[in-house]
Design a protein around this ligand. Structure first.
Ligand code: SAH
Length: 415
C-alpha cells in the first residue's frame, strides 16, 4: 500500500501566480528550440521571491512567455523546463500525463509484454521524458527513484503517487544519493519511501536471464539497466569463444555470453562484492560453474598481466565506469580510453571481437572512435568497426537534448 504522507508541500502554491524570470536578450533562443535548460548567466532579473524548486515562468527580454520551469537558485543550471505550453498547469494532472506518456513508450517497445523475458526497465529518464531531475527504474515491481534537482524534490510525493497508481509496485526505494544533488544544495538520501523493501536483493529477469539487483547499495539504482540490448547482442558473437568481461559488475555480459554458447568466461572487477553477486547469478540461472572464472583485480593491471602470461581471448568486453564528468579532464579521459583499448587489443586474438564502451557524456562518439583508432595503431593491429551501440531505448535521447546521450560502444573486429 502506498502510505507516504500525501500532503504535497508545494501543492497549495500551484494556483498562485508564478514568479517571473526575465531572460537576457537572445537567451530565450535555446528554450525556443526545446532545449530544457537556462544557465545562471542567461538570467536578467527575478521578479518575485521564488523558493528552490518552485515553478516559475521564463519570460523573454521582450516580455513574451517562453516556458514554465523549476527554479534552482544554487545550481548553474538555474531553470529546467517543465512545459513550453502556456496553457499547461504544473500540477498533479500534468505529472500524471507525462508519466503516462513515458510508460506508454516502454510499453510500445514491448518492455512490458513478457515478464518471463524482461520485467525491468527505466520508466522515467529525466529530461528526455520531459521530467528533469527525475529517474525511475522498475525492477520486478520495485520502483527505485532518484530526485536529483530541487524541482524534482518538490514534486517527489506527487511523482510517487502517480507511479503507484500507474504501475502498482510493491515498494518505492529512493536512491537520491548521487553527487548531482549537492550541486542543487540538496543532501543525499537513500532509503525506503513506502511499501516493503527487499530484505536483500530483488531478482529481476533481463533478456530471459535472472539477475540479482541490490537496490539499496548497488551502483546507480542497483543495476546497469542501460546495457540490456548490448548484453543481448553479445550472444551473437559468443558461441565457442574464450571471453574476458572487464568491469563485469554483477556479470550481465558474462551471463549473456554463456547464453550465446561461450566456451569459458572470465569476469574481472575491482569489487569482491559485485563478483560474489555475479557468481550467485551464475548459480541462479543453472549455468555450469566450470565455465566461469571470477577475478578480483584492477583491470588496467590485469590486462598487462595477461599480456605477460601470453593469455589471449576471442571476445573481450570493456565497460569501464565514467572516466570524466564535464570537460575539465577530457584529455586525460581520452588517454585512459586509449590505454585500456590498447591493452585489450594486445590480448585479443586475430579474428577476435572487442565490445568497447564509454559512458562519459562529454566524450563524443567521434572522440571515442579516435581513441580506439589510436589504440589499434599502438597495438600494431588492424581493427574495423562492425557495430555501434548506444544506451537502451528505455533511456531515450530527446533530439533537442543531445546531452542525454552518454553511452556509446563499438564492436571492433581485429584482423
Ligand atoms: N558491464 C557491467 C557494468 C560495469 S560498471 C554490467 O553490464 O552490468 C563498472 C564496473 O567497473 C563496476 O562494477 C566497478 O566495480 C568496476 N571498476 C571500476 N574501476 C575498476 C578498475 N580499475 N578495475 C576493475 N574494475 C573496476
Amino acid at each position: 500500500m502506498y502510505n507516504h504522507d500525501m500532503n504535497m508541500k508545494g501543492s497549495n502554491r500551484v494556483n498562485m501566480k508564478n514568479s517571473q524570470i526575465i531572460l537576457k536578450p537572445g537567451r530565450e533562443k535555446n528554450l525556443l528550440k526545446k532545449h530544457p535548460w537556462v544557465f545562471s548567466g542567461g538570467i536578467q532579473k527575478v521578479n518575485g521571491d521564488p523558493m528552490p524548486g518552485d515553478t516559475v515562468t521564463a519570460v523573454s527580454s521582450k516580455g513574451e512567455f517562453t516556458a514554465y520551469c523549476a527554479f534552482s537558485p544554487q545550481s548553474q543550471i538555474r531553470l529546467r523546463v517543465w512545459s513550453w505550453n502556456e496553457k499547461d498547469k504544473i500540477n498533479e494532472g500534468f505529472f500524471d500525463e507525462k508519466i503516462r506518456t513515458a510508460i506508454a513508450l516502454r510499453k510500445n517497445l514491448g518492455l512490458f509484454s513478457d515478464p518471463t523475458i524482461n520485467n525491468s526497465c527505466r520508466v522515467i529518464n529525466s529530461e528526455s521524458d520531459g521530467l528533469p531531475g527525475i529517474i525511475a527504474d522498475l525492477y520486478n515491481r520495485h520502483i527505485v527513484v532518484q530526485f536529483l534537482t530541487t524541482g524534482a524534490e518538490k514534486w517527489k510525493d506527487v511523482i510517487c503517487r502517480v507511479l503507484y497508481k500507474q504501475l502498482d509496485p510493491i515498494c518505492f526505494y529512493e536512491r537520491s544519493d548521487s553527487d548531482e544533488r549537492l550541486l542543487e544544495g540538496l543532501k543525499k538520501r537513500n532509503g525506503l519511501i513506502s511499501g516493503n523493501g527487499p530484505s536483500k536483493t530483488v531478482e529481476i529477469v533481463e533478456n530471459g536471464i535472472k539477475m540479482l539487483v541490490d537496490i539499496k547499495e548497488g551502483h546507480k539504482t542497483g543495476f546497469y539497466i542501460d546495457q540490456r540490448n548490448n548484453r543481448r547482442l553479445i550472444r551473437d558473437f559468443a558461441a565457442g569463444k574464450d571471453v574476458l568481461n572487464c568491469f563485469s559488475y554483477t556479470g550481465g555480459f558474462s551471463l549473456n555470453a554463456a547464453a550465446g554458447g561461450a566456451k569459458h568466461i572470465v569476469s574481472a572487477d575491482a569489487s569482491k562484492k559485485v563478483l560474489e553477486t555475479a557468481a550467485a547469478n551464475v548459480a541462479l540461472n543453472g549455468f555450469s560453474p566450470d565455465k566461469f572464472t571470477f577475478v578480483e583485480s584492477d583491470v588496467f593491471k590485469l590486462l598487462r598481466q595477461y599480456k605477460e602470461e601470453e593469455r589471449y581471448f576471442d571476445l573481450i568486453v570493456l565497460d569501464p565506469p565514467k572516466f570524466v564528468s564535464g570537460t575539465a579532464k577530457l584529455e586525460t579521459a581520452l588517454r585512459g580510453y586509449k590505454d585500456l583499448n590498447l591493452q585489450a587489443l594486445r590480448i585479443l586474438k586475430p579474428g577476435g571481437v572487442l565490445f568497447t564502451f564509454s559512458c562519459s557524456g562529454s566524450v563524443t562518439d567521434e572522440m571515442f572512435q579516435k581513441a580506439t583508432a589510436w589504440a589499434a595503431l599502438d597495438a600494431e593491429c588492424s581493427a574495423s568497426v562492425i557495430g555501434k551501440m548506444i544506451q537502451g531505448p528505455d533511456h531515450p535521447v530527446l533530439l533537442s537534448f543531445p546531452e542525454s546521450s552518454y553511452l556509446k560502444g563499438l564492436v571492433l573486429y581485429k584482423s
